[in-house]
Design a protein around this ligand. Structure first.
Ligand SMILES: [Zn+2]
Length: 247
């Protein structure tokens, strides 16, 4: 009897097809190191072939395509240029010093080295360097909080503010400011692993040339740090213009 009932039920309801094993979808946070943040098609994102000034104490952004070069000229020498690079169009891919130091296996970026992104892709390669070869990867950009901690009263321009101003100038809004590559900055690690900041030695007119390994927005700040505690921009607190040429 029970067997007949079972057979009748089986007749009424055909056995469900065995479901194929489902492929587990990887969560977004595991796949691409953050969501895509797509830049708008801003008309200001175009290659400008003429030399451009990076004014003392201010920032500048430039759009470059893969294979192009950015020549960054230190007109008077000694001027530190904080440098960032953000992929285009996904603004959530950016050059990071943490990834770069691992990939090049040293503390400083030198000629022939590439810099790397948070998605382990090359951002640019330093194909020329006529400076004395010191480019810091260790130190965060200056900001209003640093100047306040060092006793500055009132507003003092900073590389952080210059980054955001340069982004606004070119019409982009990245999700955050990455740590910088500090071009021409002399940071030394002592045998006891402490840092010192000796006077920079970059000569007037020296330059680096960066070859873009992907489409990107490259940004610079002529660091306005002029306090005597750390003469990162040379003695006397003099801050100078620099130039860049995209070709
Ligand atoms: Zn600065």
């Amino acid at each position: 009897m029970a067997a007949r009932k079972k057979a009748a039920r089986a007749k009424r309801k055909p056995a469900a097809k065995k479901a194929a094993p489902r492929k587990a979808a990887a969560p977004a946070y595991m796949t691409n190191n953050g969501p895509r943040v797509v830049a708008p098609k801003a008309p200001r994102l175009k290659v400008i072939p003429e030399p451009q000034i990076i004014p003392a104490r201010h920032g500048k952004a430039a759009f470059v395509k893969k294979g192009m070069h950015i020549k960054v000229i230190n007109d008077k020498g000694m001027q530190v240029l904080d440098n960032w690079a953000i992929a285009y169009p996904d603004l959530n891919e950016y050059m990071t010093m943490e990834h770069t130091r691992f990939e090049i296996n040293r503390l400083r970026v030198k000629k022939s080295d590439a810099t790397w992104t948070n998605r382990r892709r090359k951002m640019f390669t330093m194909v020329e360097d006529t400076s004395w070869g010191y480019h810091d990867t260790q130190v965060a950009s200056c900001d209003i909080f640093l100047y306040k901690n060092l006793g500055v009263k009132g507003y003092h321009r900073s590389c952080t503010d210059n980054f955001w101003q340069a982004c606004a100038d070119i019409g982009i809004a990245p999700p955050h400011m990455p740590g910088p590559l500090n071009l021409f900055q002399h940071t030394l690690v002592q045998p006891d692993e402490s840092y010192i900041y000796p006077l920079p030695k970059a000569k007037p007119g020296c330059y680096v040339t960066l070859r873009a390994e992907q489409d990107m927005i490259v940004l610079f700040s002529a660091c306005p740090f002029d306090l005597p505690q750390y003469p990162v921009n040379g003695p006397g607190g003099q801050i100078n213009d620099c130039h860049l040429i995209v070709y």
